[in-house]
Design a protein around this ligand. Sequence first.
Ligand SMILES: CC(C)(COP(=O)(O)OP(=O)(O)OC[C@H]1O[C@@H](n2cnc3c(N)ncnc32)[C@H](O)[C@@H]1OP(=O)(O)O)[C@@H](O)C(=O)NCCC(=O)NCCS
Length: 141
Amino acid sequence: MSLVIRSATTADVPEVVAFWAVAGENDDRPTDSEGAVVRLVERDPDALLLALNGDVLVGTVVAGWDGWRAHLYRLAVLPERRGQGVANALLDAAEERLVRLGAGRLDAMVLDGNELGQAVWRKRGFARQQRWGRWVKPVVR
Ligand SMILES: CC(C)(COP(=O)(O)OP(=O)(O)OC[C@H]1O[C@@H](n2cnc3c(N)ncnc32)[C@H](O)[C@@H]1OP(=O)(O)O)[C@@H](O)C(=O)NCCC(=O)NCCS
């Protein structure tokens, strides 16, 4: 499968949000909104990477860099295009970006029950941290 990896623009946002509804890991997390993704792309135009086969969106990943930490999230591949290296191609590009920006460590959040997701991160050299857990506080507007 021929693949082009490129940064998303705000024009891609509706398609990306629709894509995540069918291709993403959507358990135990807030629902995606177009406004949130537009904010991401406007703040960091190279953070959201898309994999395209022709004009078909087949995969995404966010490679977020805040100057201190590097976070990978929203890794998703179209169900009918899985097992063909799309995630590997996206993660090659994402890791290259984050290392180039200065990151010394990369992280990804993975649901405990997501064995397929865990297999991908493990294969990429990621390992679960044993001594740290994530603490969260939802913002009430
Ligand atoms: C997880 C996901 C992104 C993988 O995408 P993909 O394009 O199929 O992955 P790739 O073909 O690039 O494979 C990447 C690596 O993952 C592993 N992998 C992929 N599919 C696998 C499977 N079914 N079983 C075990 N390992 C698998 C392989 O080790 C592979 O590396 P290798 O080819 O060098 O051996 C895809 O299944 C997906 O979108 N799942 C739903 C969303 C999700 O769970 N995202 C991850 C959130 S943490």
